[in-house]
Unconditional design. Sequence first.
Length: 214
Amino acid sequence: MEKMNFDLQADAAKAVQLQRDDAVWQHGRGSVSDGQDTNADGQPTCVLTDTANAIVIYFSRSGSTELLAHMIAMQVAADSLEIVVQKPYSQNYQQTLNRANYERLNQRYPALNMQVPNLDQYQTVYLGYPVWAMTLSHPMTAFLKSYGSQLNNKKIVPFMTQGGYGAGDSVQQIQALLHNQGIHNEMAPSLVIDGNKVNRASSQIRQWLNLVNR
């Protein structure tokens, strides 16, 4: 499959929070989505080639993490795969928060609705997600529970968008989910970007990628 050219301006336009300063954004509270986890106007991202040695696998509800994922994929010439759940999260922030709290408290993570290719060709796997309640967002948890066995002996590179409180224990959660499956990895330094500032993070992304790939 031929690699597509991502339209970063179009992606940025879908992420309303990128136009909001910190005072209006309020650490992400009230961030809306399209009600289909970025896919109301098109198909989920799936860019696979026979030649790439890296892949960006990500989940995005409101568009910030998707934009970040696309920026990273372009920089490192990586393939891309979007994590898709059977029941998308609500456009309404409070309803999404209520659902996420229920899932976390009951450890009932969302069912996935996606085809995952054989990941043998990739040496490096970038994992992207929004931080939810200071921990790993549930679609990424579901992905690692279902497909973590394919990540053995690969370099894992976490990147995330957050609402002002940092990465929480999300990286440790990735490590624990893989360790519990007997998976061994090299864990690279993570990238943490404010969800309303992704479109202004090009320099930070380049510096981080230089560190990850040196």
